[in-house]
Design a protein around this ligand. Structure first.
Ligand SMILES: C[S@@+](CC[C@H](N)C(=O)[O-])C[C@H]1O[C@@H](n2cnc3c(N)ncnc32)[C@H](O)[C@@H]1O
Length: 213
């Protein structure tokens, strides 16, 4: 990559961190009920992947051994700030979902919110999530996904994806993430489709999947 391209990407990443940080409050209001329910049962050691600017700090119960993995240094700056603000003990680590820098069978739970739309390789990321979960551990997710195939919204999502990917730091509005989760080796998959009142990426899935004992 040329130096000027590098600078453009870095500017976009910086702007995305800023926008995400500003938009989190509104998004959390829209999804509050779902996040509250999803996070309330967490205990033990928990890894959040692609933790961004710390959108989920308010939802974690106390006394967790909490880890957050985040590749972007701009996002991690916000994460560190927010961890201090909410007085949360957390291990913030740098890395990618496709190669989680943690040992096998380490976590009781792994969480992603709005991350599998952005990773480079969904299959590899899910395989890594599976690897770092303890047997019997649970993967919780809230992800925006592709609209149903014949819908006008899906046509819009397909058309806008090449531009959106660049402006939203790798995010794909038209990913069939639920299908990837279904074929990734987890069991007892609970997956609900919901609509969140935001443009283009309103269709979401929310749910849990277990690693067999
Ligand atoms: C739309 S943001 C969501 C952030 C946060 N989870 C939230 O709910 O606000 C997507 C996040 O995924 C991170 N990300 C992008 N590619 C990633 C990868 N390959 N592995 C892990 N995280 C990644 C981005 O840096 C960003 O923080």
């Amino acid at each position: 990559m040329r130096e000027s391209e590098n600078e453009t990407y870095s500017l976009i990443s910086r702007l995305n961190a800023w926008f995400l940080n500003r938009g989190t409050h509104t998004y959390n209001k829209l999804t509050h009920r779902f996040k509250k329910e999803l996070f309330s049962g967490l205990s033990g050691s928990v890894l959040e992947i692609g933790a961004g600017t710390g959108a989920n700090f308010d939802y974690y119960p106390e006394n967790l051994d909490l880890w957050m993995l985040e590749p972007s240094p701009y996002m991690r700056d916000y994460l560190h700030e927010k961890a201090v603000e909410v007085e949360q003990d957390v291990h913030i680590i740098s890395g990618y979902a496709e190669e989680i820098p943690c040992q096998d069978n380490k976590f009781d739970a792994v969480v992603t919110t709005l991350v599998l739309c952005t990773v480079n390789d969904v299959e590899q990321s899910l395989s890594e999530i599976y690897r770092v979960l303890k047997p019997g551990g649970v993967f919780h997710f809230i992800e925006h996904v592709a609209a149903s195939e014949q819908s006008w919204l899906r046509t819009l999502q397909n058309g806008i994806t090449p531009f959106w990917k660049i402006m939203a730091d790798g995010c794909h509005p038209n990913r069939e993430t639920g299908e990837w989760i279904r074929k990734s080796g987890f069991m007892d998959i609970k997956l609900e489709r919901i609509n969140v009142s935001i443009p283009v990426v309103s269709p979401h899935i929310i749910g849990s999947a277990f690693k067999p004992e």
